[in-house]
Design a protein around this ligand. Sequence first.
Ligand SMILES: C[S@@+](CC[C@H](N)C(=O)[O-])C[C@H]1O[C@@H](n2cnc3c(N)ncnc32)[C@H](O)[C@@H]1O
Length: 157
Amino acid sequence: MGFGYAELRKVHRRQLKEMARAIKKRFPSSEFPRVADVAGGDGRLTSLLIKEGYRVTIIDPAGCKVKGSRVLKRKFLVRDAQDYDLLVGFYPCQASQKLLRAAKYKPVVFHPCKCRHHWPGGRDPRIEAQAFMKKQGVTYERDGSFIFHAWPNGFLT
Ligand SMILES: C[S@@+](CC[C@H](N)C(=O)[O-])C[C@H]1O[C@@H](n2cnc3c(N)ncnc32)[C@H](O)[C@@H]1O
Protein backbone atom coordinates (compact mmCIF):
# COMPACT_ATOMS: atom_id res chain seq x y z
CA MET A 1 0.00 0.00 0.00
CA GLY A 2 1.46 3.39 -0.98
CA PHE A 3 1.99 6.37 1.28
CA GLY A 4 -0.54 8.88 -0.06
CA TYR A 5 -0.76 12.66 -0.01
CA ALA A 6 -3.25 12.71 2.90
CA GLU A 7 -0.92 10.59 5.05
CA LEU A 8 2.00 12.85 4.18
CA ARG A 9 0.01 15.95 5.21
CA LYS A 10 -0.78 14.21 8.50
CA VAL A 11 2.90 13.43 9.15
CA HIS A 12 3.86 17.02 8.31
CA ARG A 13 1.17 18.39 10.63
CA ARG A 14 2.54 16.31 13.49
CA GLN A 15 6.13 17.32 12.70
CA LEU A 16 5.15 21.00 12.48
CA LYS A 17 3.46 20.89 15.89
CA GLU A 18 6.52 19.13 17.33
CA MET A 19 8.74 21.82 15.83
CA ALA A 20 6.60 24.70 17.16
CA ARG A 21 6.76 23.11 20.63
CA ALA A 22 10.55 22.72 20.39
CA ILE A 23 10.94 26.36 19.32
CA LYS A 24 8.76 27.62 22.16
CA LYS A 25 10.64 25.57 24.74
CA ARG A 26 14.18 26.50 23.69
CA PHE A 27 13.64 29.99 22.22
CA PRO A 28 10.66 31.65 23.95
CA SER A 29 8.93 34.59 22.23
CA SER A 30 9.74 36.83 25.20
CA GLU A 31 13.47 36.58 24.34
CA PHE A 32 13.28 35.83 20.60
CA PRO A 33 10.28 37.80 19.31
CA ARG A 34 11.33 38.38 15.68
CA VAL A 35 11.34 35.18 13.67
CA ALA A 36 12.13 34.52 10.00
CA ASP A 37 10.38 31.44 8.62
CA VAL A 38 12.84 30.60 5.85
CA ALA A 39 11.21 28.82 2.88
CA GLY A 40 7.96 29.15 4.82
CA GLY A 41 5.76 28.26 1.82
CA ASP A 42 2.10 28.47 2.69
CA GLY A 43 2.85 29.49 6.27
CA ARG A 44 1.88 26.41 8.25
CA LEU A 45 4.70 26.81 10.76
CA THR A 46 4.23 30.59 10.77
CA SER A 47 0.56 30.20 11.83
CA LEU A 48 1.56 28.03 14.78
CA LEU A 49 4.28 30.48 15.85
CA ILE A 50 2.01 33.53 15.60
CA LYS A 51 -0.35 31.82 18.03
CA GLU A 52 2.60 31.52 20.42
CA GLY A 53 3.25 35.26 20.29
CA TYR A 54 6.14 35.49 17.78
CA ARG A 55 6.32 38.19 15.07
CA VAL A 56 6.96 36.14 11.96
CA THR A 57 8.24 37.03 8.50
CA ILE A 58 8.11 34.39 5.77
CA ILE A 59 11.05 34.61 3.37
CA ASP A 60 10.21 32.55 0.31
CA PRO A 61 9.84 33.43 -3.39
CA ALA A 62 6.55 31.48 -3.33
CA GLY A 63 5.54 32.48 0.19
CA CYS A 64 1.89 33.06 1.08
CA LYS A 65 0.69 35.65 3.53
CA VAL A 66 -1.00 34.25 6.59
CA LYS A 67 -2.91 36.42 9.04
CA GLY A 68 -0.57 38.40 11.25
CA SER A 69 2.60 37.65 9.25
CA ARG A 70 4.79 39.57 6.82
CA VAL A 71 6.04 38.00 3.59
CA LEU A 72 9.21 38.72 1.65
CA LYS A 73 8.78 37.10 -1.74
CA ARG A 74 12.39 36.42 -2.53
CA LYS A 75 15.23 34.03 -1.77
CA PHE A 76 16.70 33.97 1.72
CA LEU A 77 20.09 35.65 2.12
CA VAL A 78 22.52 34.94 4.96
CA ARG A 79 22.59 38.66 5.75
CA ASP A 80 18.83 38.54 6.54
CA ALA A 81 19.93 37.05 9.87
CA GLN A 82 20.71 40.54 11.17
CA ASP A 83 17.01 41.51 11.14
CA TYR A 84 15.74 38.61 13.29
CA ASP A 85 16.23 37.03 16.70
CA LEU A 86 15.61 33.51 15.42
CA LEU A 87 15.56 31.74 12.06
CA VAL A 88 13.44 28.67 11.47
CA GLY A 89 13.01 26.33 8.51
CA PHE A 90 10.76 23.35 8.04
CA TYR A 91 11.83 21.39 4.94
CA PRO A 92 13.72 24.43 3.64
CA CYS A 93 14.93 22.66 0.44
CA GLN A 94 17.13 24.95 -1.69
CA ALA A 95 17.52 27.41 1.21
CA SER A 96 18.99 24.73 3.53
CA GLN A 97 22.68 25.56 3.22
CA LYS A 98 22.18 29.33 3.46
CA LEU A 99 20.00 28.83 6.54
CA LEU A 100 22.74 26.83 8.24
CA ARG A 101 25.37 29.39 7.21
CA ALA A 102 23.24 31.97 9.02
CA ALA A 103 23.59 29.94 12.24
CA LYS A 104 27.01 31.63 12.58
CA TYR A 105 25.09 34.81 13.39
CA LYS A 106 21.70 33.88 14.89
CA PRO A 107 20.06 30.75 16.32
CA VAL A 108 18.43 28.45 13.80
CA VAL A 109 15.85 25.72 14.35
CA PHE A 110 15.30 23.54 11.34
CA HIS A 111 13.88 20.30 10.12
CA PRO A 112 15.79 19.05 7.07
CA CYS A 113 13.86 17.95 4.01
CA LYS A 114 14.59 14.56 2.51
CA CYS A 115 16.12 15.83 -0.73
CA ARG A 116 19.72 14.60 -0.87
CA HIS A 117 20.63 16.85 -3.80
CA HIS A 118 20.48 19.98 -1.59
CA TRP A 119 23.60 18.80 0.22
CA PRO A 120 27.22 18.46 -0.96
CA GLY A 121 27.78 14.79 -0.09
CA GLY A 122 24.46 13.43 -1.32
CA ARG A 123 23.95 11.29 1.81
CA ASP A 124 21.00 11.36 4.21
CA PRO A 125 20.26 15.09 4.76
CA ARG A 126 20.30 14.62 8.54
CA ILE A 127 23.90 13.40 8.30
CA GLU A 128 24.88 16.03 5.74
CA ALA A 129 23.32 18.81 7.81
CA GLN A 130 25.36 17.79 10.86
CA ALA A 131 28.58 17.60 8.83
CA PHE A 132 27.79 21.03 7.38
CA MET A 133 27.19 22.56 10.83
CA LYS A 134 30.45 21.08 12.17
CA LYS A 135 32.26 22.64 9.22
CA GLN A 136 30.61 26.01 9.91
CA GLY A 137 31.86 25.83 13.50
CA VAL A 138 28.43 26.42 15.05
CA THR A 139 27.07 24.69 18.15
CA TYR A 140 24.13 22.40 17.54
CA GLU A 141 21.94 19.83 19.22
CA ARG A 142 19.32 17.40 18.03
CA ASP A 143 15.81 17.57 19.36
CA GLY A 144 13.87 14.35 18.82
CA SER A 145 14.68 12.50 15.66
CA PHE A 146 14.59 15.30 13.08
CA ILE A 147 14.75 18.77 14.59
CA PHE A 148 18.10 20.54 14.95
CA HIS A 149 18.91 23.64 16.96
CA ALA A 150 22.05 25.50 15.89
CA TRP A 151 23.48 28.75 17.18
CA PRO A 152 26.64 30.84 17.05
CA ASN A 153 29.42 29.46 19.28
CA GLY A 154 29.15 31.06 22.71
CA PHE A 155 25.66 32.48 22.06
CA LEU A 156 23.88 30.18 24.52
CA THR A 157 25.29 28.39 27.52
C1 LIG B 1 9.11 21.90 0.61
S1 LIG B 1 8.65 23.60 0.57
C2 LIG B 1 8.55 23.91 2.31
C3 LIG B 1 7.44 24.86 2.63
C4 LIG B 1 7.07 25.03 4.11
N1 LIG B 1 8.24 25.18 4.98
C5 LIG B 1 6.19 23.91 4.57
O1 LIG B 1 6.68 22.85 4.92
O2 LIG B 1 4.98 24.05 4.50
C6 LIG B 1 10.12 24.43 0.10
C7 LIG B 1 9.96 25.93 -0.08
O3 LIG B 1 11.26 26.47 -0.30
C8 LIG B 1 11.09 27.67 -1.05
N2 LIG B 1 12.41 28.08 -1.51
C9 LIG B 1 13.17 27.53 -2.49
N3 LIG B 1 14.34 28.17 -2.59
C10 LIG B 1 14.35 29.14 -1.64
C11 LIG B 1 15.31 30.13 -1.24
N4 LIG B 1 16.51 30.21 -1.84
N5 LIG B 1 15.00 30.96 -0.22
C12 LIG B 1 13.80 30.84 0.40
N6 LIG B 1 12.85 29.93 0.06
C13 LIG B 1 13.13 29.09 -0.94
C14 LIG B 1 10.10 27.24 -2.11
O4 LIG B 1 9.48 28.34 -2.72
C15 LIG B 1 9.12 26.37 -1.28
O5 LIG B 1 8.04 27.14 -0.83
